[in-house]
Design a binder for this molecule. Sequence first.
Ligand SMILES: CC(C)=CCNc1ncnc2c1ncn2[C@@H]1O[C@H](COP(=O)(O)O)[C@@H](O)[C@H]1O
Length: 238
Amino acid sequence: MRGGTQRQGTTTDQRLLESRGPTDWVHTDPWRVLRIQAEFVDGFGTLAELGPATGVFGSARTPADHPLYAAAEQVGARLAAAGQAVITGGGPGIMEAANKGAAEAGGISVGLGIELPFETGLNPYVNLGINFRYFFARKTMFVKYAQGFVVLPGGFGTLDELFEALTLVQTRKVTSFPVVLFGSSYWSGLLGWLRETALTHGAISEPDLEMFTVTDDVDEAVAAVVADPEPVTPERPE
Ligand SMILES: CC(C)=CCNc1ncnc2c1ncn2[C@@H]1O[C@H](COP(=O)(O)O)[C@@H](O)[C@H]1O
């Protein structure tokens, strides 16, 4: 079967060679597939030889004078010192702090940027950057190239990335990622809800709650993702 539609009076190669003319065809879904494909090709090609890496997630809104910015910077620096590349969303706030720590410690500082209507661009501490149009392509890169995650306080974006990692572990799509929740007071409400509501409801099981390390200590956070001696893979109820 042949795909596409023939626009009245023009041919595909004519439209290709036409330098001005309407461009609406470029924006149709079948053509978008090529763009999506290109994002994967670009991402895989750029990151294939990255080596061991940790993802650091957290709020885009944390200001540079906030204690969590300093903590994320230290996390980035210690990860780099331990030979880990640091992968972030390449934006401001916690992402910038982790990239800064990694870059200034001489490490590989990866930023997987995303095109947003309120564009901020990659932060200046990214030394290996890719810009994505599609969140899902970008998220694949996070989970394909990072072997563990340190998640600092954040909003919807951070929660999305955290739960993506946890879902992949829970469903055994990946053997295991060590996941660190940094900032115990920030995460306590969510953890309490998971235990008291989601677990009680039967929506998750006890081992699911053992998938993460909760800490306020930079060294403990880094040790949990770097060493990971006995990664926890939760049992699925039969
Ligand atoms: C000032 C501002 C809002 C800039 C947004 N610029 C961004 N640039 C890159 N990644 C982002 C951005 N916003 C959200 N994200 C993604 O979502 C997470 C943070 O979202 P949030 O602030 O927790 O919900 C980050 O780990 C990142 O991967």
